[in-house]
Design a protein around this ligand. Structure first.
Ligand code: SAH
Ligand code: TMP
Length: 393
């Protein structure tokens, strides 16, 4: 399937940079061998992760709380030994690792985007500004020794060279060490037609079967899975060296779910493609109706996901006045590709529009609670996952 010409999802830009904007073709595909859903053209990671990376984990209170319980769980389960050492891949602004830092647990974040790495250091988090791979793993072991737990969230699916990562994991982990990561789950993406999970940074969308296929080549086995409600449906995968730890019955259960839902069969993805096309048609038509009715529509949150939706559906400033976002680095800029202005949240609060289009649908509960007065005053929400829907009082 092709979503057409696509810019970098987090490439918010100034009008002076429109001419130079980078595009690639967003073409998702499904590998019938390893059963991994992936994009065929993968932009160079250096184009996405650099000194000006626009995503900061702590913009969501819910994620900050989630990382606290994630960290507590890892500590309880895997860090009972004397002087444990935990490493995080893609530690961003330190939202996860500060929980270890506060407890004086030895930790190290691996983060290639220097601006977010700097923010993490301000929060007391030890951070190495680098991409994670075998070379980085060797450096960590020589300076700090082996890790008891290597943890990650929403980053494993960003890394094109997963075999390089697996080699790094093998080098870094102690014999009983565990690899724990959580990522958007293929089963949820398919179930909800959440096609906006697909963008440059999400090179892969994993399932339990695909994780097994990738990591078993490197001597690891999946010992547990834990479904998460974050990011519109994620899965936490726990891996250990083959034969070192007991395998939970959760694996059998998850594989059964995946087979029952035909995640290993090509026709599932043909149907998904049709559902994406229908979703596009319905979203564009609802927005055109809003325009005809003279209603002012504003986008809520300039998410990475919104870049796929706006460019695939061809929705620009003629249909959406602006997008409100709380992240300072995005404000005053334009959205990638379709160039809708991104303005501070205060702009929205100072005068609610008629309709809000929710791009951060994965934070729906948190946002709906915060904006209860909008709907009370007669405002309407447009949601597009799992279906295009208008919500009013
Ligand atoms: N873990 C955080 C951040 C996710 S965004 C959260 O869940 O909120 C992905 C982060 O991974 C970015 O900060 C990006 O700079 C970083 N990243 C991308 N490729 C990486 C790689 N190869 N190694 C380590 N970090 C990487
Ligand atoms: P993401 O979907 O790429 O993770 O980005 C989330 C974006 O949404 C981030 O720029 C912050 C923004 N945001 C808001 O503007 N308001 C909110 O209430 C929430 C939860 C996020």
């Amino acid at each position: 399937m092709s979503f057409g010409k696509m810019p970098i999802a987090n490439g918010f830009l100034d009008s002076t940079d429109f001419e130079r904007e980078y595009f690639y073709e967003l073409k998702p595909m499904f590998c019938e061998n390893c059963l991994t859903f992936q994009i065929s053209e993968q932009p160079d990671p250096e184009k996405m992760f650099h000194h000006n990376y626009a995503f900061f984990s702590r913009t969501s209170n819910r994620m900050v709380n989630h990382f606290k319980s994630y960290a507590d769980w890892v500590t309880e389960q895997f860090l009972a030994n004397v002087d444990p050492f935990v490493v995080e891949i893609g530690s961003n602004d330190g939202s996860m690792l500060e929980n270890f830092s506060r407890k004086k647990i030895r930790h190290l974040g691996i983060e290639p985007s220097s601006n977010v790495a700097e923010e993490a250091r301000k929060h007391g988090v030890n951070t190495l500004c680098s991409f994670f791979n075998l070379t980085t793993a060797k450096k960590i072991v020589s300076e700090h020794g082996h890790a008891d737990a290597l943890i990650a969230a929403n980053v494993m699916c960003h890394i094109p060279d997963l075999h390089g990562v697996a080699q790094g994991v093998d080098h870094l982990l102690s014999p009983m060490g565990v690899l724990v990561f959580e990522e958007p789950y293929l089963g949820d993406m398919i179930k909800n037609t959440a096609y906006d999970q697909i963008y440059d940074e999400h090179v892969y969308i994993f399932s339990a079967r695909s994780v097994i296929n990738i990591f078993s080549k490197h001597g690891f086995e999946l010992i547990d899975v834990k479904p998460q409600s974050t990011h519109g449906g994620s899965m936490r995968y726990i891996l250990a060296r083959k034969g070192k730890r007991a395998i939970s019955p959760s694996i059998e259960k998850q594989l059964h779910y995946e087979d029952k839902n035909n995640l290993h069969i090509k026709s599932t993805y043909d149907l998904f493609k049709k559902k994406c096309e229908l979703s596009r048609k319905n979203l564009v038509s609802i927005l055109q109706q809003q325009k005809k009715d003279g209603r002012r529509v504003v986008g809520y949150a300039a998410t990475s996901k919104s870049t796929t939706v706006l460019n695939y559906c061809g929705i620009g400033p003629d249909l959406i006045n602006f997008i409100s976002d709380t992240t300072p680095i995005k404000q005053g800029k334009y959205s990638p590709g379709v160039h809708i202005p991104v303005l501070p949240y205060e702009e929205l609060k100072n005068g609610y529009p008629d309709t809000l289009l929710l791009f951060a649908w994965n934070h729906k509960t948190e946002i709906m609670e915060n904006e209860a007065s909008f709907i009370e005053k007669g405002g309407e929400w447009i949601i597009y996952v799992p279906d295009v829907t208008l919500i009013r009082k």
